[in-house]
Write a protein that binds this ligand. Sequence first.
Ligand code: CMP
Length: 140
Amino acid sequence: MALERTFSIIKPDATARNITGHINAMIEDSGLCIVAQKRIHMSEEQARGFYAVHADRPFYNDLVAFMTSGPVVVQVLEGENAIMAYRTVMGATDPEQADAGTIRKVHAENIERNSVHGSDASETAVSEIKFFFSDDEIVG
Ligand code: CMP
């Protein structure tokens, strides 16, 4: 398997608790490399666009409000099989369902305030990375 990239967000529940370094340590301990990252305040337009796939879900407006409620850290992660590798490190969306030792099991507050986002497939990884980063911001 060739090197792959995936997109990650450390969410406002995690920045509010000052645990971005703990989460980055869990990412790096898994073997993934952080090849780009920046701390931003997501605009409502960005949050609505990024999560447009969930626009019809009952939790969409709450999710947009949450994602714009404080700073986030957007990241590009690189490694072998990075998309699946990061999904394993994150654990299930709902922390109650997440495996022991995963970021969401250790840090998430609930299914919405679940500390991290990661791309679910190669096409979404490419489009999510492009949503927040230009090529020259990524240093592999
Ligand atoms: P994420 O991986 O960023 O993708 C969509 C987000 O919507 C998810 O993490 C959660 O933050 C949120 N989410 C998913 N399912 C629910 C739900 N049932 N109730 C509230 N929020 C949810």
